[in-house]
Structures are given as structure tokens and as C-alpha cells.
Design a protein around this ligand. Structure first.
Ligand SMILES: Cc1cc2nc3c(=O)[nH]c(=O)nc-3n(C[C@H](O)[C@H](O)[C@H](O)COP(=O)(O)OP(=O)(O)OC[C@H]3O[C@@H](n4cnc5c(N)ncnc54)[C@H](O)[C@@H]3O)c2cc1C
Length: 503
């Protein structure tokens, strides 16, 4: 595929303003783009045509292949100035580009990017912990498991996404949630500063004292404004000596009303150390044969105290029970019998995601959703590949910082839900999409008058921006977009504002 190319080639890759001057365009071949990038990037950087087998072998794979972005050239910048140079070159050549962190972003909005440059941040993957200063600095592509491992070794902690392969920085830029969010809020609340190449080509250090407006936006909408090359966080001494209780249970779907009643009771008083997860799905095992609910409880405290807390769920007499004490970093390997580690770290799946926040627990509505799932999955086996996954954290952590402290708008969420389906192949996509949309709509009925809200990283990509960022916060985020990304370069992933480039 050929891309547009300016007749005026930029000799100085960093003169950004020159680069965005509209010029007469001619076709540019992938080979020319390759040659141009090779010429302007530092020697340690990698440039590979995507048709080259090296690309598939060496570049970060995408978790979700449904509607994935397509590229003609992959770049692994070695230096921050390389990131600036790619950006400037791409603008000057009118070629789209997208940063890749952990490759786990799954919004269908990413599929709008076609034939661009993949800026794989793989060389920005370091994690440095300073336990005396209680800070951690990570590269733009550091993964959740790297962070958890480094912090556990240092006797410290921070909320991390439950999937260990997710980009920690990528997650942070959308807020980021995990089992310890009940203690500390979204991951972005722990950010102290971010080094970022913005859409206007500048390299900025962004914090509470520098570019404070952008710092606000980075904490929940960050991928709209630039490439974060390095992020520094506040970290916390490990709770309970870094040990946590993990409890997995399974209930028959017929008990779902009782499960939702308990979930509602817990939501009102949930201790900050406790996180609750449910997965509602269909089991074809002969002994179960129908809807089941698996439940997961993570308690940052002693096993005795945790078991006492979750006794009401134990009283429902789960069909399966497994309780253990594990090191905090090993939660993904143990929780849900390790399902997240197995499924979440296997790239190349055809995943059909939908999501929404629950702002209250409407037990009757949830029962009708489970009935709908049961009917749909009984009659259409393809839909048995779908599930509703529920994360319920204590409100304590989310209320530690003021609502207007950042772009993250979901502090009043009671449960973060994902309606997801993993298709065998694309032919199952339409059925799973229809099911996902219908289930989301049914679940949303339980929110009463509240507008649809969805944690930006759990979104399908068909929602309006107000669903990711809230109507209240959107105008300010749009204004910041004008200031830091006036050409709308960073508009591929659940954008604040979707804008076609001019010129
Ligand atoms: C199996 C699975 C489990 C998940 N579990 C959780 C969870 O428990 N908690 C949670 O919060 N989220 C979770 N997520 C969602 C996850 O946080 C998002 O998918 C997030 O976008 C992943 O970031 P990434 O870097 O891996 O993705 P990528 O696909 O690399 O990036 C996604 C978007 O962010 C941008 N981006 C990434 N890094 C940077 C950067 N350094 N600078 C600028 N832009 C960047 C990319 O350009 C792209 O637009 C999960 C996702 C999956 C697939």
C-alpha cells in the first residue's frame, strides 16, 4: 500500500511546525517510508516493513484481532527523540501512526487506523523502584506483571490491572483499575509525573506543577494527547506484608438473585481491602449444563479475616470452593483458577467486547439479564462463548481524590462490567456483537436515568465520547485537545473527539 508523501522532505525532523504545513502530496511507497525512517532514527531503533516476517516475530502482537489497526511499517524507537522524529515524519508525510504499549487495547475504534506506522514502544519497558522515596518510574510499554514483580520485591504495592500482560502505562492513561483500587483508586490517581511527546511535537514533563491542565487530562484520557515515554508513580508499603487472600467459588445460575442481593449489600459497606469479581457464563459440562456464576474475592489481609468477611457467600454453599493465601503479585496466576493469566496473555483472539458501568445494583434487572442470557445461550450455542464479567471495588479508594482532580470520571461506579465474547473466527462476530449490544442495553436499564457510562478501556468503541469521559468533563478535554493535539493525531482509540486530518 502506498501512502501520501510531501514533495518537500523535512531535513530537520524536529521542526514540527514546518512539518504540518500543507504541501503537494505524491504517492510514497512502503520502501521509501522505511528508507526515510531508517535515515532519521537513531541506530539502535528498529524499522521493519510489516510484510517482512521479522515484523510478526519481533513486534508486540495485538491481543484482539477483531478490527485491529493495520500498518505498513513498524518502528521501535530507542530514544525519546526518535519518538518525536517518527511523529514529525508521519505528520509531514501525511501518514497515520499509533503507539503500541502492551497491545491489549481492544476497542473497535482502533480498526479505523489503516496502513499507518506502528510505533512499538517495546524499548521503553523499564521499571525502576525507589522504595525510600516511595516512587516508581516505568517506560511507556511496561507491563502489569513487571510492575507487580518489581514492587513485591521491594515490599511495596500499587493497583495493577488483573491481567499481567496488559500495558501498565496504557492502562494508566485511561485510569486503570485493579483489585487494589479499593485501597488507592484508579491507577492514574497515583501518577506523579509523565514525560510525553504531545501531538504538537513537544517533549513535555507533565505534573501537578508543570502543564497542570495536561496532567489532569492524562489521568484518564491520556492517549488522546501524545505518547507517554516515561511515567512516575507514588507507591505504597505492601498491605499485610504483601500477602493476600484469594477465594474462588462457583454457583449455579439459579442462585443468581441471592448472589446479586449479596453484591448489593457488600457494595454499601465493602471494606477497602476487598475486591469482588463475578463471571456469568454458560457451562456445557454435563453436571452443570446451563448458566453458572463464578465468584472471586481478593482480600488484602489475613485469610481468617477474609473468610469471615465473605461468609455470606460461603453460606450459599458454592458448588466449588478454593481459598488460599498468595503473594500479591501472584493474584493473576491464582484468581479465577488462573483463567486471566491463561486467556488474557494469549494474543491473537477474535474478541467482541462491550462494557458498561453499573451505578446501582438492581437485583430484579440482573435476574432478567441472566434469564435472557440463559435463553439466548440455550438456543444458540455460539453465544456460549460470551460472558458478563463484573469487577466490584470498594468506593474508599475512588473517593480519596476529588472528582475534579483528573479526567477519570468513574468514581461513583458500583461495578465495572464487561460483556465479552471470544469467537472461534470472524463468522461468529455478528452473533456475538448482537448479543453484546443487547446484553449491554438490558444491563443499562438497571441504571435508571443515569446516562450510559463505560470505563474507557472496557468500551466497544461505538459509544459517544461522553460515555467514556462524561458530559461534565468532555468540554474541557476537547479544549485541551486543541491545545496539545491540534491536528487530531491521537484520535484512534476511544477519542475525546474524532477528527479527520486536514491538508
Ligand atoms: C485480557 C485483558 C484484561 C484486561 N484487564 C484490565 C484490568 O484489569 N484493568 C484495567 O484497567 N484494564 C484492563 N484491560 C484493559 C487495558 O487496560 C487496555 O486494553 C489498555 O489499553 C491496554 O494498554 P496496552 O498498552 O496493553 O494496549 P495498546 O493496545 O498497546 O494501547 C491501547 C491504546 O493506548 C495507547 N497507548 C498505549 N501505551 C501508550 C503510551 N505509552 N503512550 C501513549 N499512548 C499509549 C495506544 O496508542 C492505543 O491507542 C484488560 C484488557 C485485556 C485485553
Amino acid at each position: 500500500m502506498a501512502a501520501l508523501r510531501p514533495l518537500l522532505f523535512l531535513t530537520s525532523a524536529l521542526t514540527f511546525l514546518e512539518a504540518i504545513i500543507c504541501v503537494v502530496w505524491a504517492q510514497t511507497s512502503p520502501q521509501t517510508i522505511y528508507d526515510d525512517l531508517r535515515a532519521i532514527l537513531s541506530s539502535r531503533s528498529e524499522v521493519v516493513l510489516t510484510e517482512d516476517p521479522t515484523y510478526t516475530r519481533d513486534f508486540t502482537p495485538r491481543y484482539n484481532t477483531a478490527g485491529e489497526p493495520t500498518y505498513i511499517v513498524g518502528v521501535k524507537p530507542a530514544l525519546v527523540t526518535d519518538v518525536q522524529r517518527v511523529l514529525t515524519y508521519a505528520v509531514g508525510s501525511n501518514i497515520s501512526f499509533l503507539a503500541t504499549g502492551g497491545g491489549h487495547g481492544y476497542s473497535s475504534s482502533l480498526g479505523r487506523m489503516e496502513g499507518g506506522i506502528n510505533v512499538d514502544l517495546d524499548m521503553f519497558s523499564t521499571v525502576q523502584v525507589d522504595s525510600d522515596a516511595r516512587t516508581m518510574t516505568v517506560g511507556g510499554a511496561a507491563r502489569a506483571d513487571q510492575v507487580a514483580t518489581a514492587l513485591q520485591a521491594a515490599g511495596m504495592e500499587i493497583p495493577v490491572p488483573q491481567c499481567p500482560c496488559v500495558g501498565f502505562s496504557g492502562a494508566t492513561l485511561g485510569g486503570g483499575i485493579g483489585p487494589y483500587s479499593g485501597l488507592y483508586g484508579p491507577i492514574s490517581d497515583s501518577l506523579l509525573s509523565v514525560e510525553m511527546v504531545t501531538g504538537d511535537g513537544r517533549l513535555l514533563n507533565v505534573s501537578q506543577t508543570q502543564h497542570q491542565d495536561l496532567f489532569y487530562a492524562v489521568k484518564g484520557a491520556g492517549f488522546n494527547y501524545g505518547v507517554a515515554t516515561s511515567l512516575t508513580y507514588r507507591i505504597y508499603p505492601a498491605t499485610n506484608g504483601g500477602q493476600t487472600m484469594n477465594a474462588d467459588m462457583m454457583f449455579s445460575g439459579s442462585l443468581n438473585g441471592s448472589v446479586w442481593e449479596l453484591a448489593k449489600q457488600f457494595a454499601a459497606t465493602q471494606p477497602k481491602e476487598l475486591s469482588i469479581g463475578f463471571s456469568v457464563r454458560y457451562s456445557s459440562e454435563p453436571t452443570l449444563n446451563g448458566i453458572i456464576i463464578t465468584a472471586n474475592f481478593i482480600y488484602a489481609g489475613t485469610q481468617d479475616a477474609g473468610v469471615a468477611l465473605i461468609q455470606p457467600f460461603l453460606d450459599l454453599q458454592p458448588l466449588y470452593l478454593n481459598i488460599s493465601t498468595v503473594m500479591w503479585k501472584n493474584i493473576p496466576a491464582v484468581a479465577n483458577n488462573g483463567a486471566i493469566l491463561t486467556v488474557g496473555c494469549k494474543p491473537g483472539v477474535y474478541y467482541v467486547p462491550y462494557g458498561l458501568n453499573l451505578y446501582q445494583i438492581d437485583v430484579q434487572n440482573l435476574i432478567s439479564v441472566v434469564n435472557y442470557m440463559d435463553d439466548a445461550m440455550t438456543t444458540k450455542p455460539t453465544l456460549r462463548r460470551a460472558s458478563v464479567v463484573w469487577q466490584q471495588y470498594a468506593s474508599y479508594g475512588f473517593n480519596l481524590q476529588a472528582k475534579d482532580s483528573s479526567a477519570f470520571p468513574h468514581r461513583d461506579t458500583v461495578a465495572f462490567l464487561q460483556v465479552g465474547g471470544v469467537a472461534v473466527d470472524a463468522t461468529q462476530g455478528p452473533a456475538l456483537n448482537k448479543f453484546g449490544r443487547e446484553t449491554r442495553d438490558l444491563l443499562q436499564r438497571g441504571n435508571g436515568e443515569h446516562e450510559l457510562g463505560v470505563f474507557v478501556h472496557f468500551a466497544h468503541g461505538d459509544e459517544v465520547p461522553a460515555a467514556f469521559y462524561s458530559s461534565a468533563k468532555l468540554p474541557a478535554l476537547e479544549t485541551l485537545k486543541e491545545a496539545y493535539d491540534p491536528s487530531g493525531l491521537f484520535s484512534w482509540y476511544n477519542p475525546v473527539v474524532s477528527r479527520d486530518r486536514e491538508c
